[in-house]
Write a protein that binds this ligand. Structure first.
Ligand code: F6P
Length: 195
């Protein structure tokens, strides 16, 4: 059985500032993670003849993939982070202060809430469909380097989690979630490479 490795990008400058969305580059810790991830992937996929690295089109995932050598890399727009629309670039506190109705609507129904001029979790789940179809078709291992909301949706699909739980699944930074689809169902391992 072939593994699928899911990971968020290394810590970004926006993660450090607590800003949602954006297209920032990596923090120093994020850069360290990118190198640890590369050696992990190299060892884990050493015996595989083929494998591929999938990222979003955002800097932070592309930079995280950068130190990995020897495998083809593919960028998917469908793997980009949830579009926070008018709230892009804000901190959660700023959203609460400047857009209290939006903050409240999202708190009440995070799954269905759609950011004005942006997306909802349901939108993200829908746009991931072609990615999931392609992942299912792959015979070789795939390393998916993406974002919190997107990985919640992908993980929920493979781990068979109910829709309502998707927006609260924990996908920590600097951790690899390995999913193996065998005959007896799905097996999962987590590797925390750093804090
Ligand atoms: O904070 C990192 C981040 O990826 C943001 O860019 C994004 O808006 C957010 O996480 C998604 O998580 P949540 O749906 O919990 O706000």
């Amino acid at each position: 059985p072939r593994p699928i490795l899911l990971t968020r990008h290394g810590e970004s400058l926006d993660n450090v500032r607590g800003r949602i969305g954006g297209d920032s580059s990596l923090s120093e810790a994020g850069g360290v993670y990118s190198r640890k991830l590369a050696s992990f992937v190299e060892k884990r996929l050493k015996s595989e003849r083929t494998a591929s690295i999938w990222t979003s089109t955002l800097q932070r995932t592309i930079l995280t993939a950068h130190p990995i050598i020897g495998f083809p890399k593919i960028q998917w727009r469908a793997l980009d982070e949830i579009n926070a629309g008018v709230c892009d670039g804000m901190t959660y506190d700023e959203v609460k202060k400047n857009k209290p109705e939006e903050y409240e609507s999202r708190r009440k129904d995070k799954l269905r809430y759609r950011y004005p001029r942006g997306e909802s979790y349901l939108d993200v789940i829908q746009r991931l469909e072609p990615v999931i179809i392609e992942l299912e078709r792959q015979r070789a291992p795939v390393v998916v380097i993406a974002h919190q909301a997107v990985l919640r949706a992908l993980y929920a699909y493979f781990a068979d989690k109910p829709l309502e739980e998707v927006p609260k699944i924990e996908i920590p930074l600097h951790t690899i979630i390995e999913i193996q689809m065998g005959v007896s169902g799905v097996e999962e391992k987590r590797y925390k490479l750093m804090d």
